[in-house]
Write a protein that binds this ligand. Sequence first.
Ligand code: ADP
Ligand code: MG
Length: 485
Amino acid sequence: MGLSTNQNNFELVSGLEIHVQLNTNTKIYSSDSASFGALPNQNISTVSLALPGALPKLNKEVIEKAIRIGLALNCTINQTNHFDRKNYFYADLPKGYQITQDSQPICINGFLEVELSDGSMKKIGINRIHLEEDAGKSIHDQDDNYSLVDLNRAGVPLIEIVTEPDIRSAEEASALLTEIRKLVRHLNVSDGNMEEGSLRCDANISIREKGTTEYGTRCEVKNLNSMRNVRRAMDFEFGRQVEVISNGGKIIQSTLNFDADKGTTSPMRTKEEANDYRYFADPDLQPVVISDNWLAEIKLAMPALPNEISKQMIGEFGISKADAALFAEDLDLLSYFNEALSIVKNKKSLINWLIGPIRAMLNDREVSIAGYKVKAEQLAEAVNLVDDKKITQQIAIQQLLPALEKEETHDVSGLAHSLNLLISENGDELGGFIDEVLNKYPQQVDAYKKGKKGVLGLFVGDVMKLAKGKADAKKLNELILEKLK
Ligand code: ADP
Ligand code: MG
């Protein structure tokens, strides 16, 4: 109890360094494949191996992807930026330095607003986004006498997004990461997969007494590779620091590991042991100069962002936030919707179909809308038929859509007609069914006439069965009432 009282007197302060692996085909400074899952040392050539004389050449796509994410995070784009060498010695780094950006990163001074569970918005500053190359991988557990090195990952492009120390809770941190993951996927910058390491983060954590404004000494927890571990590391570290301070101790600035099994942090190195990286501008690479034209082209090619799409859908169609999010977070669904929109008469119906029966069916089959064989125009025509009361929704879903999956035809009405799915326009036929049913139930007809109105459902149900569902229920009701007069 003592501890929790102490925790109430303190507040968490955190800034994240988020590494995002870009989804380019080739590496950042060479034409080696950047793909995941190859045999060890398959994706390497002179540059990845750092053979003497091998020179790096910048991959243009990396710049474009970094700018896209920078614009989405409201950053200023440094139209002149350059690469620096960060010097350190390690077996998985054959050059003896990592190429990164230090004094002039590509994007600076941005922010992102995230929504918290109580509905409030939190604005988190983005200090900078810089480009860098990933290192290789040392493998220590496959040979008794040697460590092995796999350089496939060496030179794979990363961006590092560094936030301001604006985060005040584990919830804010995971809301931020969730939003960034959404954005990098939306902008086709990265697959954003935390489990495979395409998105990982270091959390800088300090505490301070509530009501004070100065920052405390921070510790940096390295390489958190899941949303859950980010939250656990923050909660643990907050508790640990409160305990140290409450017992009169001092936080020593240090780099920590997170043990996912135990849920605890442990020291890797302290500030005194920290490396001096001796950054300097890489003389093998020219400064990057982004012309106004190029920047304008990249801006023009940017898709609308999820939040903008959401707002627009809510404003235009009056749908809920949760429903709007389905479209905002699935560009395939959005483009399918837009294709159908010009043909469909009732836009709200189209939305209801897409988020209702169509979504349920696709979920069931575990396919995405991109893999759905019914084309957008075909669905639009089917929705129109239902809205025009030419076919019931049930028959459209159960029979017409499956038929459309096998048919290229644009004549959806014609297909429904040839399959005999349309609502019977033949009043005589329905009239015959009604007579048949009323004759079958003389006692119930009598009861109805004496005021037992509930039996009407029985008549409607039976006539519907005879009509094989191809009747408009409301119209059928009217016809039966007419006969019962
Ligand atoms: P360095 O260059 O030494 O890594 P930075 O100033 O670039 O330090 O900060 C790195 C990260 O640490 C940033 O995300 C920043 O928001 C965060 N940070 C800085 N000071 C604190 C603090 N007192 N408490 C928590 N996080 C902090
Ligand atoms: Mg740092």
